[in-house]
Design a binder for this molecule. Structure first.
Ligand code: SF4
Ligand code: SF4
Length: 459
């Protein structure tokens, strides 16, 4: 990997955070971090439950160009409850507690969630929230200019707005430079979006990135031309130094991505701060290490605090489809208590430890679904990853003494968790899912591994 990817060492990382123990504690004593902004509209309203806890103490960041005050906790609208009333209940609680950034996309929820987001947010005055949506990238049939323009214009209808606060080229990097050229450059689409920003129908233009770092670098190398207002990257304490593990090629570590953005003065929006839930469901031995330092904090809270401690972050997206997750996240960010130097060192050690676990880097985003042969791809990977963290995996050698016992338990649990028609055994290696995965996972290869683990050996 290019040396550029490692040009921020750990000492520099800690220095940039400015989070020596003393400074962190003095900041905590001050409440919201220095340089953070106050909420845009004063006292937050009371939630339907009447609970005001956390109101007014949300941590905010100021958007560099516009001065907008954005809540450091952003609401990811990718996985939402089925019922609109339940979505409304979550959004009411979030807004009442100071969350004002909502991120959606035309493809989320099988094409449903952008409209759900529009319905729920349009109950509020337009200046009380910021909405982000995207030019989705996954279906090549939408690549011609006119089809893309239809997608763009439909977003206004779905969201019930006449301007979009934050608009992104969705998931650039998958498919490399050829896909970028075909999707956004050669058809004039990016030039069109830049003009839409000039016309103020888009307030801020950015892109979300997964995959081939050449594409990330290309777009940042042309910052003088496109003037990116923000960039959305995957960042968490494992991907900081271990992003490439288990993927089709070595992705750039978050340390590199964040470092490049910071140098250019482009604020980062963070996705996957807890790695698709993987950092919320950590192994017991890791939970113990975390509890020993902060007994009341969940592993997810640690993940959010780590990300939120970086100064060049505008907001941290979390998909919160359950009220208890939303409540916990609001507590974490109201106000954010940045990680101390010792805590950062602990998380760096834990990240090294976790990088040694044979988990699959699936974030359960479901971009690969549906599989035409019925495989529940994220379900299989989530089961496998839980087996790893729960130490149920029959590893490392089939000749090991307890292998047969562990394999029996694995097979039993697997059959109970995944119906036969959705198991890895149904995969025919057609390859249709591979290019859809933003995490660059070799999906059929990983399915073969699960099949192998679940295949009973003759005694
Ligand atoms: S490779 Fe396997 S999992 Fe992927 S789409 Fe084909 S059958 Fe489904
Ligand atoms: S395999 Fe890839 S595309 Fe599918 S759910 Fe997991 S991360 Fe998302």
């Amino acid at each position: 990997m290019n040396d550029k990817h490692h040009d921020i060492n750990r000492r520099e990382f800690l220095r940039r955070l400015g989070l020596g123990t003393a400074s962190a504690f003095s900041l905590m004593a001050m409440g919201p971090l220095e340089g953070f902004a106050k909420p845009l509209w004063g006292r937050a309203s009371v939630s339907p439950s009447g609970d005001e806890k956390g109101a007014n103490s949300m941590t905010y960041r100021r958007q560099n160009g516009s001065g907008e005050n954005i809540s450091l906790l952003g609401f990811g609208m990718m996985r939402l409850p089925r019922e609109q009333e339940e979505v409304d209940r979550l959004v009411d609680y979030a807004i009442a507690h100071g969350v004002n950034y909502f991120d959606t996309a035309p493809m989320y929820g099988g094409g449903r969630n952008e409209g759900v987001t529009g319905r729920t947010l349009s109950r509020y005055p337009r200046d009380k929230y910021y909405v982000a949506t995207k030019m989705s990238n996954q279906n090549p049939q939408t690549w011609p200019f006119e089809r893309s323009k239809e997608m763009y214009e439909n977003s206004f209808r779905q969201l019930r707005v006449d301007y979009i606060d934050y608009y992104l080229l969705h998931s650039i990097g998958g498919g490399g430079m050829d896909a970028l050229r075909g999707r956004f450059l050669d058809n004039g689409l990016l030039d069109f979006l830049v003009k839409e920003r000039e016309a103020k129908r888009i307030r801020h233009l950015g892109f979300s990135y997964h995959g081939d770092v050449q594409v990330f670098d290309y777009l940042l190398d042309h910052h003088d031309k496109y003037h990116w207002d923000f960039v959305q990257i995957q960042m968490n304490y494992v991907d900081w130094r271990h992003a490439g593990r288990g993927r089709r090629r070595a992705d750039a570590d978050a340390e590199y991505l964040y470092g490049r953005l910071e140098k250019l003065g482009i604020q980062a929006v963070i996705m996957e701060p807890i790695r698709g839930g993987g950092l919320a469901n950590v192994a017991d031995e890791i939970k113990e290490q975390l509890r020993a330092v902060r007994p009341d904090d969940s592993p997810a809270t640690w993940g959010f605090r780590w990300v939120g401690s970086f100064p060049n972050i505008l907001t941290t997206l979390s998909g919160m489809n359950r009220m208890e997750h939303l409540e916990e996240n609001v507590r974490t960010f109201s106000p954010l208590q940045p990680c101390t130097e010792a805590e950062n060192e602990l998380l760096a050690r834990i990240a090294d430890q976790m990088a040694g676990f044979p988990t699959i880097g699936c974030t359960t985003c479901e971009y690969c679904m549906p599989c035409p042969y019925g495989v529940d791809i994220p379900g299989n990977f989530a089961f496998y990853n839980k087996a790893v963290t729960d130490k149920m995996l029959p590893l490392p050698e089939p000749t090991a003494k307890d292998y047969a016992e562990k394999q029996d338990a694995f097979i039993k649990a697997y059959r109970a968790a995944i119906p036969a028609e959705k198991r890895a055994t149904t995969c025919v290696d057609c390859g249709q899912c591979i290019s859809k995965c933003p995490q660059q996972i070799r999906i059929p290869n990983q399915m073969s591994r699960i099949v192998e683990l679940a295949r009973k050996r003759r005694k």
